[in-house]
Design a protein around this ligand. Structure first.
Ligand code: NDP
Length: 606
C-alpha cells in the first residue's frame, strides 16, 4: 500500500490511503458473521471441565452466616485496592469473596507462559509505594504481579476475612435492616453493611464454537487454566519439557497467544499457530529496572506522580515530560504531533480526526514493515500483517512473537479470516486440510458482549425489589461509575462512566477504591446507616457523560472483535459506555475535589 516518493531529499514511502481503507474493509467483511457473540460457546455442561482451577485445591469450610461491615465481590485489583483503602481508613472488617483460590483475579487465572503486563509496571502494579515493592522489569511478568496481589492481601490483613473458591449467587438489600444479604455457592448466607463489586470485564473464558470441539480425544485446555502438569515448565517461563515430543495447536492470536507462542515455539516438536485475524505487534523493549535508578525516583508520592503523568500524556493535557515512555504514550504523542501540524485555522474536529487517521496509517505501516523485517518466510510474513486501525483490536507489543515463526517446527496456519473449519478426534481442519495434533490450546479469550448477569453469576436486588438488570435495561446509569440509584450502600469498581482510562485500568480502580473508603468512613463516622446517589444526581451525571464525543473504540468499520461487539450493532445501550467528557486527568482532579469537599454532592446520607 505504499510507493516511494522523494521528500526533502530522503526516500519516504507515501501511503495510498484509499487503497488501505479499501483493504481494511475487505478484510473486515471477510470476518463479519451474522452470529456475532453467539459464535462462542459458553463453558458449561460437558465443557465445564475447562473451567476447573488447576492451581489451588478447594478447601472445605463451614458456610458463613454472620455479619460484616464490608463485603466485596472479586479478589482482583479492584477488591484489593478498595480493601486496602478501607483498612487505611480504619475499616478492617472486610470480607472479599473470590471465585479463584487466592487473590489476583486476572493474574490468578492467567499463568500461561510469558504472561506479562502490557502497561508499564510502575503504573500498572497497584500500591507499589505502599508495599515498598520495586518492579523487577519495565513490564513485569505474571508471577510478580500475582505476588504483588498477595503482598497487598497480607499487608492489609485481607486474607483474614477472604472467602476463596466462592461464587456469589444472590445479593439482596434488606431495607428494614439497612444491610445487604449475600448468598454464595458454598451455602454462605451472611449480611454486610456495605457491598462492593469488582468482577472485572474479562473473567469468564469462552471457547470458539467450532463444530466437533467436543470430539477431540487429545489433550486440550484454555490459556487461563494452563495445564503445567501436561506441558511441564512453569509460569516463570521454564522450558515446557514435556512438549518436546508433542504436536500442539494454539487457536487464537490475540494478546494472550502473542505472549505464549514464543514459549511454545521453543518447547514443542511441532507448533501450529491457528490464526483468524492477526494482531498488530509493535516493539516491546522490556528491560530490568535498575535499583539505583529506582531509589532515585522513588521519593514520597512517586507512584501518584507517575500515574498522573501517564494519564496526562494520554489525554489533551500534555505533560512536560513523559516518565513512562511506552507504546501508549508514543501513540498519543504521534496523534498529538500530527494534529499540531495542522495550521491553526484548520484545526476543526474533522481535520483532527483525519490527522488521527494519518498517524494511525503511518503507525500500522511501520508495524507491517516490522513483520517483513523479522519473519523470514514471505508468505508467513504477509499473513501476519494486520489490516485494520491500531485501536480496532487490543494493540500488542512483543519482541519474540514474530521471531517465533522463524523457529523450525513452528507453523502459522492462516484461516484467511474464516477460523477453524472443524475439530476432529485427532486434530483440526482448516481450508479442507487436516492437521493431527496431540494437544489443542484455546487462546480464544473471554466473554465480553454477553449479558452482565451471565458473566457476574448473579443479579443484585436493590430497593423495592429492583434488579440491577432492570435498572440498566436501557444502558448503564451511575454516578462516577460507582453509585447506582436504588442500590444503597453498594459500590461498583470499574472504569466506565468515570475516567474510562483504558490504557491503565488500575488507575481507575485505585481512585474508585479511595472514593469508596472515604464515603464509607463518612457514613459510619456520621452515624448514618445508608448512603445512596439521588436520582437527580445520577441523571445529571449521565447527561453530562452524553455531551462527550463518544467512544474511541468500537467502530463498525473495524475488523470484528470484542471491542466492537463482533461487528454487530451494539444497540442504543452502548452509548452509555463512555467516560468523563473532559478526559481522565480532568476526571481524577474533579473526583479528588469532590472527595475532599466532604459534601459528596449527589449522595444522600440517612
Ligand atoms: P482475544 O479475544 O483477544 O483473542 C481470541 C482469539 O481467538 C482471536 O485471535 C480470535 O480471532 C481467535 N478465535 C476465536 N474464534 C476462533 C475460531 N473459530 N477459529 C480461530 N480463531 C478463533 O483473547 P486473548 O485471551 O488473547 O485476550 C483477551 C484480552 O485480555 C486482551 O484483549 C487484553 O485486553 C487482555 N490481555 C492483556 C494482556 C496484557 O495486558 N499483557 C495479555 C493478554 C490478554 P479473531 O481476532 O478473528 O476474533
Amino acid at each position: 500500500m505504499t510507493s516511494t516518493t522523494k521528500t526533502e531529499g530522503a526516500a519516504r514511502p507515501a501511503i495510498d490511503k484509499q487503497a488501505l481503507l479499501a483493504k481494511y474493509l475487505e478484510e473486515r467483511d471477510k470476518r463479519l458473521r451474522a452470529d456475532g457473540n453467539d459464535q462462542y460457546l459458553q463453558i458449561k455442561g460437558q465443557l465445564a471441565h475447562y473451567l476447573e482451577d488447576p492451581y489451588t485445591p478447594r478447601v472445605e469450610r463451614e458456610p458463613k452466616t454472620d455479619h460484616v461491615t464490608f463485603a466485596f465481590i472479586g479478589g482482583g485489583f479492584a477488591g484489593l485496592v478498595t480493601g486496602a483503602r478501607l483498612v487505611e481508613a480504619g475499616i478492617t472488617d472486610v470480607r472479599i469473596i473470590e471465585k479463584g483460590g487466592d487473590f489476583g483475579g486476572t493474574w490468578y487465572w492467567n499463568r500461561y507462559p510469558g504472561a506479562q503486563c502490557d502497561t508499564a509496571s510502575m503504573i500498572y502494579m497497584p500500591l507499589l509505594e505502599e508495599t515498598g515493592h520495586m518492579p523487577s522489569e519495565k513490564y513485569a511478568h505474571a508471577p510478580e504481579i500475582l505476588e504483588q496481589c498477595q503482598r497487598i492481601g497480607k499487608q492489609y490483613g485481607l486474607y483474614d476475612g477472604a472467602l476463596f473458591h466462592t461464587e456469589v449467587k444472590n445479593m439482596e438489600w434488606l431495607a428494614e435492616q439497612s444491610r445487604w444479604l449475600i448468598e454464595t455457592n458454598r451455602g454462605d448466607r451472611f449480611t454486610a453493611d456495605f457491598i462492593g463489586m469488582g468482577t472485572g470485564p474479562l473473567h469468564v473464558p469462552k471457547l470458539p464454537g467450532i463444530p466437533g470441539i467436543e470430539s477431540f480425544k487429545g489433550h486440550s485446555f484454555h490459556t487461563s487454566r494452563w495445564d503445567y502438569d501436561y506441558t511441564g515448565g512453569n509460569p516463570r517461563g521454564a522450558l515446557m519439557e514435556k512438549l518436546a515430543d508433542k504436536r500442539v495447536a494454539i487457536i487464537g492470536t490475540g494478546a494472550t497467544s502473542v505472549q505464549a507462542v514464543p514459549h511454545l515455539a521453543r518447547a514443542c516438536k511441532e507448533l501450529y499457530v491457528v490464526q483468524r485475524t492477526p494482531s498488530s505487534v509493535d516493539v516491546r523493549a522490556n528491560k530490568p529496572i535498575d535499583p539505583q535508578w529506582f531509589e532515585g525516583i522513588a521519593t514520597p508520592g512517586w507512584q501518584k506522580r507517575w500515574l498522573e503523568n501517564f494519564t496526562a500524556n494520554q489525554g489533551g493535557d500534555v505533560a512536560e515530560e513523559d516518565l513512562v515512555q511506552d507504546g501508549w504514550t508514543d501513540l498519543s504523542r504521534r496523534i498529538r504531533s500530527k494534529i499540531m501540524e495542522l495550521p491553526r485555522d484548520q484545526m476543526t474536529p474533522k481535520n483532527m480526526m483525519l490527522a488521527f487517521e494519518d498517524s494511525d496509517f503511518e503507525k500500522m505501516e511501520e508495524i507491517r514493515t516490522r513483520v517483513d523485517s523479522i519473519v523470514k518466510d514471505r508468505e508467513t510474513a504477509q499473513n501476519l500483517k494486520a489490516w485494520y486501525r491500531q485501536l480496532c483490536k487490543r494493540p500488542c507489543f512483543h519482541d519474540a512473537y514474530l521471531q517465533a515463526f522463524n523457529t523450525p517446527g513452528t507453523h502459522l496456519v492462516d484461516t484467511d479470516g474464516k477460523g477453524v473449519e472443524r475439530i476432529t478426534e485427532t486434530g483440526f481442519v482448516v481450508g479442507g486440510k487436516a492437521y493431527e495434533v496431540d494437544c489443542i490450546i484455546y487462546a480464544s479469550g473471554f466473554e465480553v458482549g454477553t449479558e452482565y448477569t451471565r458473566r457476574a453469576g448473579f443479579d443484585m436486588t436493590g430497593r423495592n425489589g429492583l434488579k440491577l438488570s432492570q435498572a440498566w435495561a436501557d444502558g448503564m446509569r451511575t454516578k462516577h461509575g460507582i453509585h447506582v440509584h436504588g442500590f444503597p450502600n453498594a459500590f461498583i469498581v470499574q472504569p466506565t462512566q468515570g475516567a474510562n482510562l483504558i490504557s491503565n485500568i488500575p488507575h481507575n480502580l485505585t481512585e474508585a477504591g479511595a472514593t469508596i473508603a472515604t464515603i464509607i468512613k463518612h457514613t459510619i463516622d456520621g452515624g448514618y446507616h445508608e448512603v445512596e446517589v439521588t436520582q437527580e444526581a445520577q441523571d445529571k451525571w449521565v447527561d453530562l457523560l452524553l455531551t462527550g464525543t463518544g467512544r474511541m473504540i468500537g467502530s463498525p468499520d473495524c475488523t470484528p472483535g470484542y471491542y466492537n461487539n463482533e461487528g454487530q450493532d451494539p444497540g442504543p445501550a452502548a452509548k452509555f459506555n463512555v467516560g468523563y467528557p473532559a478526559g481522565a486527568t480532568a476526571y481524577f482532579k474533579y473526583l479528588d475535589a469532590w472527595r475532599k469537599s466532604g459534601n459528596f454532592e449527589g449522595l444522600a446520607f440517612n
